[in-house]
Write a protein that binds this ligand. Structure first.
Ligand code: G6P
Length: 371
């Protein structure tokens, strides 16, 4: 009913707008009075975690893209090698698992059959399994050695939004916790990142306050048949997630690419007027940002209509952007939290304009409980 949707037309839109609160809830109570990071539902001991020498993240759908972002953060902060794999592939390829492998299963519902089968396989091989899950008491956390619950609240829209953002938070917390336990990062640095995480609900709110701009852009693209997304570094999985959202609810052909791969194929797809959404990394000491700009120049020179998501104050991109969506200034590893939000809004608005049932897209289920 309309009341349950808080006046929004769709649960999905309501859930997009709930994200600042969902993020804040997922961060609540994670610091001890002395400033140490604590994960109270984590049932693995610090000793067990110190022994971990490899991690494998397994998930499906949107949760898989959260896992891809997590890899950047975990490897950077902890120096533990991380693989990210689709649950449906993992189980059947005879993966190398030992007692010092930590398998992290990310699942909003906690019931996805492929992910469940994958953790069962990992446990038989005596690996430790940690679940990141939004559903209390669901099967995956029950069958895991530990769990980090996200606090998104029930997610009703089939296409995951607040589930994804809170999974990212859980992944960052896990990465920082491992860095704390392993001593790969100093306490000051860890608390500085937690401070930055605590600013994210406000930043996401800033993006939401400008939703009308994104809706207007979406309206301009209702007739389009195909949309490409470009990203690099942590923005690459965001490009994949942006494309997935459009497929799921707008039934549009959409693909995400790593900007550095353009010359290896995707650039051949560019034709006049093709919309390309580009996630521009924050300006920094490295070459990431400038390389992204040259990728954008290249697709635009071939006729693409570039819609650039770039941080506030980044004017270097203006000459090559047919349209611009501004993002708050945040570190590159945390940028997915703000960059994905306009992509969610974009997909939701196009799907609505096309007259689709956004909350229950054709052929899809909220939770896929059969393999
Ligand atoms: C389905 C849903 C997606 C979700 C995926 C994984 O495909 O439609 O929104 O991302 O399952 O679900 P999980 O509950 O394991 O995160």
């Amino acid at each position: 009913t309309a009341a349950e949707k808080d006046g929004y037309d769709w649960f999905m839109r309501k859930e997009i707008f709930e994200q600042p609160r969902a993020l804040a809830d997922s961060l609540l109570g994670r610091r001890t009075p002395t400033g140490e990071l604590q994960l109270d539902e984590m049932r693995l001991s610090d000793d067990e975690l110190r022994d971990i020498d490899k991690m494998i993240i397994i998930a499906a759908g949107t949760s898989f893209y959260a896992g891809m972002v997590a890899k950047y953060a975990i490897e950077h902060w902890t120096r533990i090698p991380v693989e990210v794999e689709l649950a449906s592939e993992f189980r059947y390829r005879d993966p190398i698992l030992t007692q010092s492998t930590l398998v992290v299963a990310i699942s909003q519902s906690g019931e996805t059959a492929d992910t469940l089968q994958a953790i069962r396989h990992a446990r038989v091989q005596r690996s430790k399994v940690l679940a990141i899950c939004n559903t209390n008491g669901s099967t995956i956390p029950r069958e895991s050695d530990g769990v980090i619950y996200t606090h998104a609240g029930p997610e009703i829209g089939v296409a995951s939004t607040k589930g994804y953002l809170t999974q990212l938070i859980a992944c960052y917390l896990l990465a920082l916790y491992l860095a704390q336990v392993k001593g790969t990062r100093y306490g000051d640095e860890i608390s500085q990142v937690i401070d930055q995480l605590e600013e994210m609900p406000g930043h996401v709110q800033t993006v939401l306050d400008r939703a009308d701009q994104v809706y207007a852009l979406a309206q301009e693209h209702v007739g389009t048949r195909s949309v490409l997304f470009l990203g690099r570094h942590a923005g690459y999985p965001v490009a994949l997630e942006g494309a997935l959202k459009l497929k799921e609810i707008a039934y549009l052909h959409a693909e995400g690419f790593a900007a550095g791969e353009l010359k290896h194929g995707p650039i051949a797809l560019i034709e006049d007027g093709l919309p390309v959404l580009c996630i521009v990394p924050p300006r920094g000491r490295d070459q990431l940002h400038d390389k992204m700009i040259s990728g954008i120049q290249e697709v635009r020179a071939r006729g693409a209509r570039t819609i650039c998501l770039a941080e506030e104050g980044d004017d270097s991109i203006t000459p090559y952007a047919d349209a611009m969506i501004r993002l708050p200034n945040v570190p590159v590893l945390l940028q997915p939290l703000v960059a994905v939000v306009p992509l969610q809004l974009f997909a939701c608005e196009i799907a609505t304009a096309l007259g689709h049932d956004v909350d229950q897209p054709r052929n899809l289920a909220k939770s896929v409980t059969v393999e």
